[in-house]
Design a protein. Structure first.
Length: 293
């Protein structure tokens, strides 16, 4: 996901149209899934089971809207990564995702059922928020623009926690992780296209399309992440799933900013310290994150 953030952020910068970059990322994943549908009988059978579950009331229609969370996350990537850097964006996502996961698991929104609100989880969430405040302390003093950029990764992280929970329910009802992924991408692409059309009226279109084919692969990364998340969340719960994903994002994002920095430059000491504290918080919260029997 750290790699996807770099891809989408760079695509948005070169297009000078962040919302279109998000549409390309999500829409590219949707196109690939639709092309694979004729040779994917399990996915088609899953769609039929999903429709039956909604008609029978075993699944609420809003459970199929997990793609809105992914759309929020990808839009935030495209807008902020090229300015904040991958590491700072990821630390913001960590805060939103960790805190949101606590309440999503406590409410039993995911297929794993209610999870106990233990003190290691709460302490881990508090430490994560402290890590974000420390890593962004320099940027927040530079004016309202920095504060607005902080809101996007926080909201994206919170939305991802809800997305993982309800996508897990779709996977459980359909019996197919790829069905849950297809529904996720269809909903997310629809929302992003609507947002881009508004942006097109307000700000105008892109300045041109980059020739680097790697910048169009964000959707492929998203397919892998969404499919795996919707498959394993029924056993792990949202918080533990998020913690494992967060650990990978933290390490990957710092390495990317160190060796392939964006225009924001290399991550500073505050970002590195904040990332380290957030990683400790992940381990601490995970120690108290086992499912209650």
């Amino acid at each position: 996901m750290a790699t996807q953030g770099r891809i989408n952020g760079q695509l948005g910068t070169e297009l000078r149209d962040s919302m279109l970059a998000a549409v390309i990322s999500f829409g590219g994943g949707l196109v690939l899934l639709l092309l694979a549908l004729p040779v994917a009988p399990k996915t088609r059978a899953g769609l039929r089971r999903l429709a039956d579950a909604v008609r029978a009331g075993r699944l609420r229609p809003w459970h199929c809207l997990g793609g809105l969370g992914g759309a929020t996350f990808v839009a935030g990537q495209s807008v902020t990564v090229s300015v904040l850097g991958v590491a700072m964006f990821t630390v913001g996502v960590v805060a939103g995702q960790t805190v949101s996961s606590l309440f999503v698991d406590r409410a039993g929104l995911g297929p794993a059922g209610p999870q106990a609100l233990t003190w290691p989880r709460v302490l881990g969430a508090v430490l994560t928020l402290g890590a974000v405040a420390g890593s962004l302390s320099g940027g927040l003093g530079q004016g309202g623009g920095s504060l607005w950029l902080l809101v996007l990764p926080l909201a994206g992280g919170a939305a991802v926690a809800v997305q993982q929970a309800i996508n897990g329910r779709v996977n459980a009802a359909s019996g197919s992780a790829m069905t849950a992924t297809l529904v996720n991408f269809a909903v997310g692409t629809t929302a992003l296209v609507a947002g881009w059309l508004v942006s097109l009226i307000v700000r105008g279109g892109p300045v041109g399309f980059p020739g680097n084919p790697v910048l169009y692969l964000g959707g492929v990364v998203g397919i892998v992440f969404i499919a795996l998340a919707s498959f394993v969340v029924r056993w792990t719960g949202v918080l533990l799933l998020g913690l494992s994903a967060i650990a990978g994002q933290l390490v990957g994002s710092v390495l990317l900013d160190l060796f392939l920095p964006t225009h924001g430059g290399h991550p500073g000491a505050a970002t590195l310290i904040g990332t380290g504290v957030a990683l400790v918080a992940v381990v601490l919260a995970g120690a108290g994150g086992r499912r209650r029997a």
